[in-house]
Write a new protein. Structure first.
Length: 238
């Protein structure tokens, strides 16, 4: 597994699912991390979580999405998320710290925890343009899978209103996102991202993978990983 990243910043990619190739991301720029807050325990009910997660995945896998997986989904496990408001600046601990274990119907995925970070404002991980759209604070988490050949990064941007979050998810551009140094797997040959609004938040997912990891596996981690966080945020008073 690659070492935990040095949490500097790197420009990201535009909203809605897209792909990028190795060597394309712009140069990185340094940034010092904020302390990580200790997480809360999981208290959401299995059935209610299942409905929300399923709905989020269906939205992410729409008819125009070539990687979407149609058909009914059945929840068989509960993700480890909180159903109450997180402590101020505590989204990273509440949603990202610890290994990621996901099971939904016949889909089962696991990823190893690498790093998580809270940002008391959006400046360190977003452009001024995104802040002008109402972004108040942010959090991110990094997990590795496929023997360290795949890296999944999820960034949460919290806004003042649901309308602002929806508008931001639909209009976010390449220059609006600064990713932490090391958040993309080294020597990646596949890279994809997706942006999804969830209440007052926007979840941006990035998955990069090395040679030997299939595109279908990248799609699964991208969609289910992003939907898992989007579903959990619906329960939170942001």
């Amino acid at each position: 597994m690659p070492p935990a990243p040095n949490l500097g910043t790197r420009p990201g990619w535009p909203a809605n699912e897209n792909s990028f190739g190795p060597g394309e991301p712009p140069p990185e720029k340094p940034h010092n991390p904020w302390p990580i807050v200790i997480g809360l325990g999981a208290i959401a009910g299995v059935l209610v979580i299942g409905v929300i997660i399923t709905a989020a995945i269906v939205l992410l896998s729409g008819e125009e999405d070539p990687t979407g997986k149609p058909g009914p989904l059945t929840v068989t496990a509960t993700p480890s998320t909180s159903a109450t408001a997180p402590a101020p600046g505590g989204l990273a601990a509440d949603l990202f710290e610890g290994d990621w274990r996901f099971k939904l119907g016949d889909v089962s995925m696991n990823a190893t925890y690498v790093a998580a970070q809270d940002y008391p404002d959006c400046g360190p991980i977003a452009s001024a343009a995104l802040e002008k759209k109402g972004c108040r604070y942010a959090a991110m988490g990094i997990h590795d899978a496929e023997g360290g050949k795949l890296r999944m990064l999820r960034v949460i941007y919290v806004f003042d209103s649901e309308a602002e979050a929806t508008e931001a998810a639909e209009s976010v551009e390449e220059t609006d996102i600064d990713l932490p140094t090391g958040s993309l797997v080294a020597d990646d040959v596949i890279g994809k991202w997706v942006a999804k609004d969830s209440g007052k938040a926007v979840v941006v997912g990035f998955v990069t993978a090395q040679k030997g990891v299939s595109e279908e596996t990248v799609d699964d981690y991208l969609h289910y990983g992003t939907a898992d966080i989007a579903g959990a945020l619906i329960f939170m008073d942001l």
